[in-house]
Design a protein around this ligand. Structure first.
Ligand code: ZN
Length: 72
């Protein structure tokens, strides 16, 4: 939608992708997630945290922790 590169290869089956909409194609996470699309405030997530946390669930909890820390 926005022309940004997504994290997926063309070979990745659509069942294993997030943000794939039939007829529209692959959307990036920001275009796919309304909460991100309309958001005006952001927090910074260190790249190392993403890289060193291969488990998405665990990464989610760490990001949430960062969020609450940023609110203190
Ligand atoms: Zn996009």
């Amino acid at each position: 939608m926005c022309g940004k590169e997504t994290a997926y290869d063309f070979e990745t089956h659509i069942d294993y992708r997030t943000g794939y909409i039939e007829g529209a194609g692959q959307l990036c996470i920001a275009c796919y997630t309304p909460e991100i699309r309309v958001s005006r405030s952001y927090i910074t997530v260190p790249e190392d945290l993403i890289y060193n946390t291969p488990n998405d669930l665990e990464l989610g909890s760490k990001v949430r922790e960062l969020y609450w820390q940023s609110k203190k």
